[in-house]
Design a protein around this ligand. Sequence first.
Ligand code: ADP
Ligand code: MG
Length: 634
Amino acid sequence: MPTIRQLPTSVVNKIAAGEVIERPASVVKELMENSVDAGATRVDVTIEHGGSELVRITDNGCGIAEEQLQLSIASHATSKIVDADDLFHVGTLGFRGEALASIAEVSQFRLRSRTPDSDSASEMYVNGGQLVEVTPCGAAVGTTIEVRNLFFNTPVRKKFLRTTQTEFGHLSEAFTRIALAFPHVHFTLKHGARQIYDLPPSDNWRERLAAFFGDEIATHLIPVNNADDAIRLTGYVADPKFNRANNKMQFLFLNGRHIKDRALQHALSEAYRGLLLTGRYPIAFLRLQMPPEMVDVNVHPTKLEVRFQDSGRIYSQLLGTLRTKFLSTDLTATYKPIESDDLHGAASGGGNINGQDVETAAKMREELVAWAKGQLPSDTESTSGQREVQESLDLDFRSAQRQPLELSRFDRDALQSGPSARGYAESAVESARLDEPHETPAGPTPGRALQLHRRYLVTETPEGMVVIDQHALHERILYEEFREKALAGRLETQNLLTPETMHLSPSEFSAVMEAQETLAKLGFQVESFGGDTILISSYPAILDRRKPSDTLREMIDHLVGDGKRPDRRDLLDELLHMMSCKAAIKSGDRLSAEEIDALLELRHLCQDAHHCPHGRPTSLVFTKEELDRRFERI
Ligand code: ADP
Ligand code: MG
């Protein structure tokens, strides 16, 4: 019979520690929050090796009295709430009294602190949860906490730590969130000898946003400000031409606490409906202020999610505010795509635009805004009308940006090396032999394929007829080509005369540095250029018409995308898929007869012409027999 035993405290504590402390980033988050709660106006963070060797945080807050030092690392010991009632009026970031206990349990922990009314400081050293000593020392008012060798006594946890770069990425994201939430506090971050951030206090939130995300975005932010009697919503959303392929640039702060809230993210996308292409996400920095009793922050171990008393009200307030804001802001103007480069954020295509299509696109947008005005205040569900407008916008924007389909060198070589449509000819002969020896096989006669709905190509084949998805097929062809060349190390690269710089977030920077080799295989030579800026010195020649940083931007969004990093082995393949998808003609592109022919003639070049790299079919074949049967001829 199994025996039930009470677990020793140290085991209990280690289990509890696992809930709060997952990686160095969690240490930084908890300690920075404590410093803010202590009223600090300056917080310095120093880390080594992505934080796994050392996290040291010094603040000038209220300090901890000597006789309270030991209590601070006891579990469930806090100065922030007294009883259960207080749980519903939490005005501080912390309140569970678990962080220091958890951190001290799984590290070599040193805490030095001095309160304003004491003339000396004391230092406490705790090794893996065991108090070693408390000694007097000299120090300024405030607290310094040093966390060394995280998880040294919990090898299971340590095993899960990733590379220095990855851990640093997470850590700097945690740093960013808190530094964004408290612009009045001076924060610094140092990684080894490298000063990553030095953020002087500022009254202007935009300045802090600019320090993290660059001036370009910061100067294109649209201020948001709305208050009813209890809830106040302030902050910025970005002009729709700045957008991302994931929602990582959506920051939401509730009473200074960074939170994630699906409903509010939904409200945000709803507000941008019709202004962004599908699959693109708005950039937003929003702060919600409300009386603490209107929200329960005690529902998630790291307090990332909260429960609002009246989430519907907040949803409507956010959506309503943004909609009104967008209608009073001349967004149409920002959409006049004068130069092709201007559009890079708004849609994924590149290339020049012909005047006609630009006008159509602009007109379409005006119509959308006019239509949306008529809809206000509308409910939050999308109507089919909205969807139609969105779809037609998608089409117009895509077609507005495309240049005629160009064959790459690889394509041209293949074409020159023999009569066109070798594949067809061969299979035609074969099937002619099998089925109908007396009929002349029909190859793809130039110009005979029809483009339907700017999306499908229909053509005759010896067997019957085939309906081709133009985007899927082109993507497949390019993918095969890119892959073959990348594996052989022959992907042509184009050196940039003036290397392009790109400002990244620390986690994006880490992701790029980790994928540096893979990117090089794809033709992107990138290197660190100080801080979180990278320098792009070459790019795949195949993407000739696209701005290198645009494609790279999408790849980075993909690299940091959904949190689960793709396996390194698959990364090259995933990026190849992306590149082919981006370089391929789009659904919605009108093709000329020559372009249609070119595409069809390349069809035999792919090993699996029937499926696009995403696994969708590229073409559907209807045999003569099937057609005959359907028409009841046989
Ligand atoms: P919590 O923040 O939930 O109260 P912690 O374990 O993070 O729990 O901290 C325990 C207590 O230690 C806090 O309630 C606070 O009184 C004290 N403390 C921790 N860090 C600091 C600091 N940097 N300055 C002053 N007091 C601190
Ligand atoms: Mg705390």
